[in-house]
Design a protein around this ligand. Structure first.
Ligand SMILES: Nc1ncnc2c1ncn2[C@@H]1O[C@H](COP(=O)(O)OP(=O)(O)OP(=O)(O)O)[C@@H](O)[C@H]1O
Ligand SMILES: [Mg+2]
Ligand SMILES: [Zn+2]
Length: 273
C-alpha cells in the first residue's frame, strides 16, 4: 500500500509553504467596491479586493494589447517604408494618389474608372485576375501619376508588393546579371520581377532594343503571365507602334483575359500646375 504522506496531496504540499496556508478570513472594506472577504495567510499576506484585482488585471491586459497593437502598427509601417523604398516609385510620384488626380473631361473619367476597376481586383477574395492594363498617350497626361497611385494603394492598403520599373531598367538588370561579378543570376532577376503583386513597366518603346533585350522583357512578362500577376504598361506610342515595339507575343499577352488599353488622349497637364 502507498503510504500517504504530506507530499502526496495538494493540500499536503501546500502546507509546506506558509504563503499558501490560510490562517483566517475576515471582512474588509474597499473604498470603491465596499465589503469583501479578506483571507490572511501564514506568512502574513492578505488578499486584496477581488473586484480591484480584476480591474487591475484587465487594465494590464488592455495595456499589453495596446503595446502589441502599436508594435504591429510600427512593424507594418516599417514594412511599408521598406516596400516603398524598394518600389522604384520615383520620389516625385510618391505623393500621387487617385484622389489628387483631377477629372475634367468624360474621357478622363472613363480612363479613371478603368484604373479603379483594375485596382479593385486586388481586394477580391480570389485576388487579381492577372490581366494587364496598358496606358497609351501623349506626354504629361498623367499616365505615370495614375500607375503610381495604383501601386501606392496596393502597398499601403492591400499589403501587397509593387514595383515601378521601365523597359530599360529591366534590360539593364538582366544584362548586369549576366556579367561575371554579379549579385543575382538572370533567373533570380526574372523571378523577382515575376513575383511582384504589381509591376509597372514605364517608357515602353523609348528605344528599340536588341534581340536579347526583347527576350529579357518577354521572359519577365511571361513569368508574370504564368504567375497570373498583373502588369501595367505605359507608352507614348499608339497601338500599332506598341505592337511593333513589343512584338506579337507580348502584345497578345497584354490583351488577354480582359487586358485593357486606355488612351490618354488629352493635353499635357504639365505647365497647368
Ligand atoms: N489629371 C491630373 N490631375 C492632377 N495632376 C495631373 C493630372 N495629369 C497629370 N498630372 C500631373 O502632371 C505631371 C505629369 O504627369 P505624368 O508624369 O503622370 O504624365 P505622363 O503621362 O506619365 O507623361 P510622360 O509620357 O511624359 O511620362 C505629374 O506631376 C502629374 O501628377
Ligand atoms: Mg510618365
Ligand atoms: Zn475594490
Amino acid at each position: 500500500m502507498v503510504k500517504t504522506n504530506e507530499w502526496t496531496t495538494v493540500s499536503g504540499i501546500l502546507a509546506n509553504f506558509p504563503q499558501f496556508v490560510e490562517t483566517g478570513k475576515n471582512t474588509a472594506l474597499c473604498s470603491i467596491h465596499g465589503e469583501y472577504t479578506q483571507t490572511t495567510y501564514q506568512n502574513g499576506r492578505t488578499t486584496n479586493c477581488p473586484a480591484c484585482e480584476r480591474a487591475r488585471k484587465e487594465q494590464r491586459i488592455t495595456e499589453e494589447n495596446k503595446k502589441l497593437e502599436e508594435a504591429e502598427k510600427e512593424r507594418k509601417s516599417r514594412r511599408i517604408d521598406e516596400l516603398l523604398g524598394n518600389s522604384g516609385i520615383p520620389k516625385r510620384f510618391q505623393g500621387k494618389t487617385l484622389k489628387n488626380y483631377q477629372l475634367s473631361s468624360p474621357e478622363q473619367i472613363e480612363v479613371f474608372n478603368g484604373v479603379v476597376a483594375f485596382l479593385k481586383e486586388f481586394k477580391e477574395p480570389q485576388g487579381h485576375s492577372g490581366r494587364c492594363m496598358t496606358m497609351l498617350g501623349n506626354t504629361g497626361t498623367g499616365k505615370s501619376h495614375l500607375a503610381c497611385a495604383v501601386a501606392l494603394c496596393v502597398i499601403k492598403y492591400y499589403g501587397g508588393t509593387a514595383r515601378f520599373s521601365s523597359v530599360s531598367e529591366i534590360n539593364r538588370l538582366v544584362r548586369e546579371s549576366k556579367s561575371y561579378n554579379t549579385k543575382y543570376s538572370e533567373t533570380e532577376v526574372i523571378e523577382a520581377f515575376g513575383n511582384y503583386d504589381l509591376l509597372i513597366v514605364d517608357e515602353v518603346g523609348i528605344q528599340s532594343g536588341t534581340d536579347a533585350e526583347s527576350r529579357a522583357l518577354f521572359d519577365v512578362i511571361n513569368a508574370r503571365y504564368q504567375n497570373m500577376n498583373p502588369t501595367i504598361f505605359i507608352s507614348n506610342l499608339n497601338k500599332d507602334q506598341l505592337k511593333a515595339a513589343l512584338g506579337e507575343r507580348i502584345y497578345d499577352r497584354i490583351k488577354e483575359g480582359g487586358g485593357v488599353i486606355l488612351g490618354f488622349d488629352w493635353d499635357s497637364y504639365r505647365g497647368k500646375q
